[in-house]
Design a protein around this ligand. Structure first.
Ligand code: COA
Length: 326
């Protein structure tokens, strides 16, 4: 039985940096509040000519190069995004065309901040059954295009970024050991964009009412996030018969440093085993975990044989964990 591993990673961040001091000039906030309540100091913002697909292609090329795989060898492309280039077609189609990846199966997956782990879990099924050999999973978000820079409760949190992983069969002593993904639609209205879909198609009124921007009930989400992340992390460790003490590196979705700290305290994971880059990139939704992964792989923080736990939580609400041996 083969296992599914990550053969290469790549990331692409826009160059423009938005600091907390920049935001102080736009909304009634302060560097002190943002730093203390979220851990974020700065985030990236895409240039007008950059799109979800252009950054995705950059990240994908780096991941393919590390994996030593040609685009034509891919038989599956999943673009996890809630900020696609356009409603139709799927951003994955544009990425496939720009990479020259033939006519392989390519689709978008909308699971918000948990999307990369949802994508990895889908790929795992394709690879284990032999349906797919090499797959590209991309976490890609340009949430700045959906942020209301008059709403201090959301515009300070999110940032733009993209990262990709090439996945494929590996020796069964490594790769994904356990994964679990969940959705609870009861909280669907805790983080959403009211207009622009079939429920409220775009009109002059919806634009004037700022209904095309992200709305969030942050305080309520905070509690659900901590509980869900703890539970699902425990469950994948149980499935693989490992303990928190065995984990070499925990990569949580970078939603809020206080959420990460609370989850790690409950799981008994010490700070030196937890990766965080939220101070530099903010919350990049589904790009968050793969950006961390890419930084850890390229800096040598992840070594062959390491036990890696990844857990995410996002709009939907969605949550999940993937436990893998590198
Ligand atoms: C959004 C979040 C940072 C807000 O932090 P919080 O400690 O919960 O803050 P609250 O929403 O309770 O607001 C506290 C006060 O700060 C104010 N505030 C909110 N944003 C602010 C900002 N950017 N600057 C200054 N003050 C702010 C609020 O208006 C409120 O003021 P009040 O007490 O006078 O009413 C936090 O709730 C969070 O991270 N939630 C989870 C987000 C999440 O996980 N999203 C989904 C997954 S990606």
């Amino acid at each position: 039985m083969v296992a599914t591993g990550i053969l290469g990673t790549g990331a692409a961040l826009p160059e423009k940096v938005i600091t907390n001091f920049d935001l102080e000039k736009m909304v009634d906030t302060s560097d002190k509040w943002i730093t203390e309540r979220t851990g974020i100091k700065e985030r990236r913002q895409a240039a007008p000519n950059e799109t979800t697909s252009t950054l995705s292609v950059k990240a994908a090329k780096k991941a393919l190069e590390m994996a030593g795989i040609e685009p034509e060898q891919l038989d599956l492309i999943i673009c996890s995004t809630i900020s696609p280039d356009m409603p139709l077609p799927a951003t994955a189609s544009i990425i496939q065309r720009e990479l020259g990846a033939g006519t392989c199966c390519a689709f978008d997956l909308a699971a918000a901040c948990s999307g990369f782990l949802f994508g990895m879990t889908v790929v795992d099924q394709f690879v284990k059954t032999g349906k797919s050999k090499y797959a590209l999973v991309i976490g890609a978000e340009l949430l700045s295009r959906y942020l209301d820079y008059q709403d201090r409760s959301t515009c300070v949190i999110f940032g733009d970024g993209v990262a990709a992983g090439v996945m494929g069969p590996v020796n069964s002593s490594s790769g994904i050991l356990a994964s679990e993904v969940h959705t609870n639609g009861a909280f669907a209205d805790h983080l959403y964009i009211p207009a622009g879909g079939t429920a409220r198609p775009a009109t002059c009124e919806t634009v004037q009412a700022r209904e095309h921007f992200i709305k969030m009930r942050g305080n309520e989400l905070f509690k659900v996030a901590v509980r869900s992340l703890e539970e699902v992390s425990r469950r994948v460790m149980e499935q693989a018969n490992v303990h928190a003490g065995d984990v070499d590196l925990f990569i949580p979705h970078q939603a809020n440093q206080r959420i990460t700290n609370a989850v790690c305290e409950r799981l008994g994971l010490p700070a030196e085993k937890v990766y965080s880059n939220i101070n530099r990139v903010g919350n990049t939704s589904s790009a968050s975990i793969p950006i961390c992964l890419d930084e850890c792989v390229r800096s040598g923080r992840i070594k062959k044989g390491d036990l890696i736990l990844m857990s995410a939580f996002g709009a939907g609400v969605t949550w999940g964990s993937v436990l893998m041996r590198w």
